[in-house]
Design a protein around this ligand. Structure first.
Ligand SMILES: NC(=O)c1ccc[n+]([C@@H]2O[C@H](COP(=O)([O-])OP(=O)(O)OC[C@H]3O[C@@H](n4cnc5c(N)ncnc54)[C@H](OP(=O)(O)O)[C@@H]3O)[C@@H](O)[C@H]2O)c1
Length: 325
């Protein structure tokens, strides 16, 4: 055996390759750490009332994530301005939070599908009046619709897409613009916009093209506002759920039988994690640990495969809702 060959120093190209390999692994680990949001798990929840102010505005608080967020914020001592379209349901949430947590509440009836119409302008005026003089520290832009569900673009009326755009992005934009001046004046505030993990985790969202695009708007809008307002003491964040067990999803998901709460948490579990993330300097985050793990898993699956799997799932959802002949 040639002992000289065994003792010979490795070639320089070997070191270069090893360094490149180590850099790649380090970059991948950092990305995984960032995506998995492990840093978020290490953060302490903020005292929202002390950090930002005594009131929170929550849109779409009458069911699902919004209702659970309203209850969670009240549990943390925040008074609430509840903004939704159904007066009886608003009153119900208002009674629930004030009797359970002793906080003050105001309700504003606002059908977001009418935003930027004369009725919408009138409702926006009432919202401005309701928040005038209140120390609004937290705004949760949660209201959203996925109707008409999984369909090809040409299968729904244009009016349905206009409604979705109005609710999912235009109302959020106007409500944010209405609440921001007070926050800027006080030099503090937190704005949480509820986006969608699907819009981030998937390269495309076939049969939910307008919904997916509306949630991309929410993410990009939030990232830009984060940069604009961070120097003014306002923390803007897009929180992106994957599946959460709400009425929006019950009508969409086709998986039969038992679905683990790791994959699809209850709105209460989701809202607990979401409230803990408010105020941490992440312009975009997935509050739920199970969702973060799913997002990590997606990193290992080629984009084309994700798209094929997603399209298969959404085609099944479409078939479920097609009228039977
Ligand atoms: N659940 C999920 O898996 C999931 C995943 C990704 C993103 N999201 C997002 O999370 C947010 C909350 O969804 P959710 O799952 O909790 O759904 P949800 O249970 O259907 O709640 C939606 C809320 O928005 C309100 N809303 C709908 N249309 C409105 C309108 N025209 N004007 C005013 N309010 C209106 C609803 O009011 P009503 O009670 O009157 O209907 C309800 O309070 C949405 O932005 C959704 O896109 C959810």
């Amino acid at each position: 055996m040639d002992t000289d060959a065994c003792l010979r120093q490795p070639e320089p190209w070997f070191f270069s390759l090893a360094i490149l390999g180590a850099l790649y692994v380090a970059a991948f680990a950092c990305r995984l750490f960032h995506i998995s949001g492990l840093a978020l798990c290490l953060c302490q929840p903020k005292d929202l009332r002390r950090s930002y102010g005594a009131w929170a505005v929550v849109t779409g608080p009458t069911s699902g994530i919004g209702r659970s967020m309203a209850v969670e914020l009240a549990r943390r001592g925040l008074n609430l301005v509840l903004v939704g379209r159904d007066p009886a349901a608003l009153q119900d949430v208002s009674d629930t939070v004030s009797s359970a947590h002793g906080v003050l509440t105001k309700t504003v009836q606002f059908d977001f599908s009418l935003v930027s119409t004369p009725q919408g302008d009138e409702a926006m005026g009432r919202l401005r009046e309701a928040v005038a003089g209140l120390e609004v520290g937290v705004l949760v832009n949660n209201a959203g619709v996925a109707k008409p569900g999984a369909v090809y673009l040409h299968e729904a009326d244009a009016e349905a897409w206009v409604r979705m755009v109005r609710v999912n992005l235009w109302a959020m934009t106007e409500v944010t613009a209405a609440v921001l001046p007070g926050m800027v004046e006080r030099g503090r505030g937190a704005i949480v916009n509820i986006g969608s993990g699907a819009a981030e985790a998937l390269p495309s969202y076939p049969l939910y093209s307008v919904y997916g695009a509306s949630k991309q708007y929410v993410a990009q809008f939030s990232r830009s506002l984060y940069v604009e307002y961070t120097g003014k003491g306002i923390d803007v964040q897009c929180q992106a759920p994957l599946y959460v067990d709400t009425k929006m999803v019950v009508s969409m998901v086709t998986w039969g039988g038992y679905v683990s709460q790791v994959v699809m948490p209850t709105p209460d579990a989701y809202a607990g994690a979401a409230a803990r993330c408010i105020g941490h300097r992440y312009p975009f985050c997935l509050p739920n640990l199970g969702h973060r793990l799913q997002m990590c898993f997606n990193q290992f699956v080629p984009g084309r495969i994700l798209v094929v799997l997603c399209f298969r799932e959404t085609l099944q959802q479409r078939a479920m809702h097609l009228p039977r002949s």
